[in-house]
Design a protein around this ligand. Structure first.
Ligand code: NAD
Ligand code: 89V
Length: 343
């Protein structure tokens, strides 16, 4: 198999995981990196032995010599960089949150469609081993037709030490973390018709909201609750686990803290350990997320080889991003938002 050559832009906190994962992926490797911060460029270049280093993305594209770009910068630069990739006809992966606004996200999808290049959003949470296990149980008809769900992420983990920018934005938990949880809800229960949300800021040292409760009406008539909090101190810190409850016509599924999958139906109850693997470069408690980074990168390469659409393509991610916009709008106006009307 020919090895695809990738370039990575943005050598910050999370890119280290992306670089490690690219080392493990079959069929691709990173040949060039870019960061406007020379110190970050040196750290990542030296750690991963990458000689081609750029301080400027336009210079990187001008030199070329790569088959895809992996954009690992924060959201402010996503539209510019995705459109730069489209202008150079280079397939692109873009980190979440995909864009600052839904209209930017739509323009980015359009630019890539017009350029004829694949675009995948690095929305990795649906690729976590425990989430995949829930999807497989539903596909195996373990609980019949699901009619209710809860997707819950409640924690007091200090995310601000690694990602200080999270304390600074007007928007916080829905845009940064809830976006993953909303994507999981769509992945498990399907697309969403309407959204009702309430938000709160509990931590006085941050600008945005750190608690959100979101009610989703799915197109298949299932109802779910997405509840996220970084203000919830528990006896056992669950970070970064998403806990799931699903009730179906023939049984129930519970994804419990500590990665237990409990399925109850007419045959009784089974409990399975669906823990993620601890990859050689991973560390607890991040290993769940780190393994999903490897999984989504491998999916990128596999689908490119097949010429097939990615699970979290730009077009698919518009439907997740719309839920983020709808949740903020609902919380601000105290109203239920029709998702179809904004998509
Ligand atoms: P960071 O601030 O640590 O790193 C971003 C890097 O990008 C910085 O080094 C910065 O200098 C560089 N950069 C910014 N704009 C640039 C530009 N135009 N050209 C070149 N370099 C540029 O941020 P981070 O914590 O690594 O987060 C990056 C992205 O990853 C964010 O969008 C964040 O939401 C996302 N993230 C995703 C996950 C996940 O599980 N999917 C986890 C954490 C962070
Ligand atoms: O996945 C993320 O985007 C991260 C974290 C899990 C810490 O919220 O910001």
């Amino acid at each position: 198999m020919t090895e695809l050559k990738g370039a990575l832009i943005g050598c910050g906190f999370f890119a280290i995981n992306q670089m490690h994962a690219w080392n493990d992926v079959r069929g691709a490797g990173i040949v060039a990196i870019c960061d406007r911060d020379p110190e970050r460029l040196k750290i990542v270049g030296d750690q991963f032995g990458i000689d081609r280093r750029y301080g400027d993305a336009e210079a990187l594209f001008a030199d070329g010599g790569f088959d895809f770009v992996d954009i690992a910068t924060t959201v402010q630069s996503h539209r510019f960089l995705v459109e730069l990739a489209a202008a150079n006809k280079v397939p692109a992966i873009c980190q979440k949150p995909f864009a600052k606004t839904l209209s930017d996200a739509k323009a980015m999808v359009e630019a890539c469609r017009n350029a004829g290049i694949p675009l995948m959003v690095h929305e990795n949470f649906r690729w976590q081993t425990p989430i995949q296990a829930v999807r497989k149980a539903l596909d195996a008809d373990a609980i019949g037709t699901p009619f209710w769900g809860r997707f819950s992420f409640r924690s007091a983990y200090d995310v601000f030490s690694g990602q200080p920018y999270l304390a600074e934005g007007e928007r916080f938990i829905i845009e940064d973390l809830g976006i993953h949880t909303l994507d999981i809800a769509r992945y498990i229960l399907g697309d969403v018709r309407s959204v009702t949300a309430r938000t709160k800021r509990v931590n006085p040292r941050i600008k945005g909201e750190d608690v959100a409760t979101i009610l989703l009406d799915h197109e298949n008539d299932a109802t779910s609750v997405v509840d996220v909090s970084y203000a919830t101190r528990l006896s056992r810190e669950p970070f970064p686990e998403t806990l799931i409850e699903l009730d179906g016509s023939e049984g129930t599924i519970r994804l419990t803290q500590g990665y237990g999958l409990e399925i109850t139906n007419a045959k009784g109850t089974t409990t399975t350990d669906v823990s993620p693997k601890l990859l050689s470069w991973a560390s607890r408690p991040w290993h769940n997320i780190q393994e999903s980074v490897y999984a989504i990168e491998q999916h990128w390469v596999d689908q490119l080889e097949r010429g097939a659409e990615h699970s979290t393509s730009g077009a698919d991610n518009l439907k997740t991003f719309a839920l983020v916009e709808a949740a903020y709008d609902s919380a601000a106006r105290g109203q239920t938002i029709d998702v179809g009307a904004i998509l």
